[in-house]
Ligand binder design. Structure first.
Ligand code: NDP
Length: 328
């Protein structure tokens, strides 16, 4: 048997229950992984609350983990799954079912971990690091000298965006909710910080001398969508990549022309990392960025997996900064 956090219905953190479950067995092309650490991400909250739909109940949420391959399912041709062997250390991001001591994972989603990348670090920054990678290098190619606006700049993805973009030489304007988080954002590379979003466009106008910014990275969604559009320079790009405050309401397309012929995208890691060679390249780049000191994971919160409910309460309550991991 193994242990897992399961949910039997959507709801608050109290629906996360620590239960004994049968140990899963890997089928063809799958790996059985014994987790050493599990990454907590805001998407876990969306699945728990029902904003994102689960395939059924009971369900094991969680998208990210790192650990040891305990068994390898034979592939259709009878060979080991995609070159993985028992004892390999792996990480993954974007596969539901992480809140468990053991899980089965399609081998083509597993990333072999280099020896110098600790499992806790891997669980903390695989999903968020891959996200920062595509947001900064592919959704929009951040350039030296460019001003960019980053919401939740002291959060998990937010800190990594600040670190990576400031390393490139961009001038990061971070948005946070408290003075303490402002300090954190500055320490991670934000050149300017705006506290609160009540006068966001006016604050960005003042900081940029009226020019506004060519790109906004907005992970907040409903509460900040319109204010973020108002921060963009003509032909600017709105990257609406999350909904911590709720889903963005439908809007008139003509709003984009009225506000300066703006572009908008609603990207997801699943699309950007869908192809195996691309996933491997992105992961290699993230681990190299950690090695080079460009990305500095800050695992500020570590919870036993059995206490996932407390971790959710903290994340939703805006009490966390940087990365959060759960230890089985
Ligand atoms: P964070 O650590 O950033 O936590 C969320 C932060 O959002 C809070 O700390 C808080 O910062 C801010 N926030 C603003 N309004 C609210 C609100 N009403 N309720 C809760 N928090 C709020 O989480 P993650 O790093 O895990 O994720 C950041 C975002 O990135 C999420 O929206 C997530 O969905 C998105 N994401 C998207 C991906 C994609 O591919 N599209 C992939 C990975 C993550 P403050 O107090 O400073 O305002």
């Amino acid at each position: 048997m193994s242990k897992a956090i399961r949910i039997h219905a959507i709801g608050g953190p109290e629906v996360l229950l620590w239960e004994t479950v049968p140990k899963p067995e890997p089928g063809p092309g799958e790996l059985l992984i014994r987790h050493e650490a599990i990454g907590l991400n805001y998407i876990d909250v969306y699945f728990r609350t029902g904003l994102y739909k689960l395939p059924g109940f009971p369900a094991i949420i969680g998208q990210e983990g790192a650990g040891i391959v305990e068994a390898v399912g034979a592939d259709a041709a009878g060979a080991d799954a995609a070159g993985f062997a028992v004892g390999d250390r792996v990480a993954y991001a974007g596969s539901l079912g992480a809140y468990a001591t053991h899980r089965v994972l399609p081998a083509d989603r597993a990333i072999k971990l280099p020896p110098d990348i600790d499992s806790r670090v891997a669980a903390a920054i695989t999903l968020q690091g891959l996200t920062a990678q595509y947001l900064i290098h592919r959704t929009h190619q951040v350039k030296a000298g460019e001003r960019i606006l980053v919401h939740a700049a002291a959060g998990g993805v937010g800190q990594l965006l600040c670190q990576w973009a400031s390393h490139i030489g961009a001038v990061v304007i971070g948005v946070v909710s408290t003075e303490q988080k402002a300090e954190t954002a500055r320490a991670n590379g934000a050149a300017h910080v705006v506290i609160g979003t009540k006068s966001l466009a006016a604050d960005v106008r003042r900081i940029t001398g009226g020019e506004m910014v060519p790109v906004v990275y907005d992970s907040i969604g409903r509460d900040t969508f319109l204010a973020s559009l108002d921060c963009l320079a003509p032909l600017g790009l709105m990257v609406s990549y999350g909904n911590a405050s709720g889903a963005v309401s439908p809007f008139e397309l003509s709003l984009l022309s009225a506000k300066g012929s703006l572009f908008i995208t609603r990207p997801s890691l699943a699309t950007y990392a869908a192809k195996r060679p691309v996933l491997e390249k992105m992961a290699a780049e993230v681990f190299q960025a950690v090695r080079d000191g460009i990305l500095k994971p800050h695992i500020n919160h570590i919870y036993p997996l059995s206490e996932a409910a407390a971790a959710h309460t903290a994340l939703e309550g805006r009490q966390t900064t940087g990365q959060v991991v759960l230890i089985p």
